[in-house]
Ligand binder design. Sequence first.
Ligand code: MRU
Length: 375
Amino acid sequence: MKISLKELKEIYKPKLVPLNWDNERNVLVLLDQSALPFEKMFVETRTPEEVADAIRQMKIRGAPAIGIAGAYGMVTALLNSSTLEEALSSLSRAKATLDRARPTAVNLSWATSRMLNVARNAVENGLVKNVRELVDLMKAEAKKIYDEEYEAELQMGLYGLEKVNDGDTILTQCNAGGLATGTGLGTALAPVKIAHALGMKVSVIAPETRPWLQGSRLTVYELMAEGIPVTLIADTAVGLVMYKGMVNSVMVGADRILADGHVFNKIGTFKEAVIAHELGIPFYVLAPTSTFDLKNSVENVVIEERDPNEVRTVRGVPIAPEGAKVYNPVFDVTPPKYVTAIITEKGIIYPPFDKNVRKVVEKKMSSFLAFRHFH
Ligand code: MRU
């Protein structure tokens, strides 16, 4: 069977889009993911500080989604400027504020850098005459980042589909669906959603993903909303489900991927990768090329540590003695030897990653990607 991107866009329609830019009011409206699935609340953010707070408090979370939110956060930085000079310095301050909100996902600083560069280039080369024109240009750029992200997910979903067979069960980690990317589709969940939309029988096993429970609260909610069979497991059951042959492949997202193939993703990913490797189960990482960091090495990437109370409690209910000492790193790093392939919108990257990552990430998109075959 052969499917084009255009056909796919007709077949698959996202159901749960967590982020919306209100162009009339210049407000970024976010579905509050800290309240899901118990309450469906929306928060409105109007300044870079408000966007940064929403990112820090994980009302919006997931690498691509915080990148898009960061891009719109940059737009809000311009709204009170009266001169282009003022606008540029406000953008630099906004970038610093937004980038500090969460350190590990590279998409955030990637998006704010792209927005700042577009603005500087427009001002320096006289492409805009006043702040109003700059605001319009920046809104268009943020929208472009969003649209490119959605296209990338469709493309990587089609590539990922080549790794999915009818009847497969896929183990994931955290939430790498549309809630995490802002578009409603997702990265790691894109092949499953597309397979399901095409009538294939596929299902997902979602570990709860302590301490913040993105698996139980978000992945299960998102997949149930689309009618895709999903089974929730405790994080501690990951080894057994793989050992019992219940998993055909592992598909996870990423917050940052280095040029040598080291993958930073939600805590618990490394454990899945090692067990999958040991048991001969394919371990795939799905991410847009905006998640790649070709400059840093594994020693100098900051792994975010969050509030110890996330571990001492479950949604406010204590589960440990008061004052228990806690270590709460929220991402881990998977060495390249455990990764079967990295699936991007530009193609599937196989080992040796230190040679192949650059080749794929730096290549220009071309039209041959418009059609993908699958069985
Ligand atoms: O802490 P979170 O919820 O922002 O972590 C999210 C993840 O680890 C995702 O797997 C990653 O951002 C990829 S999202 C498509």
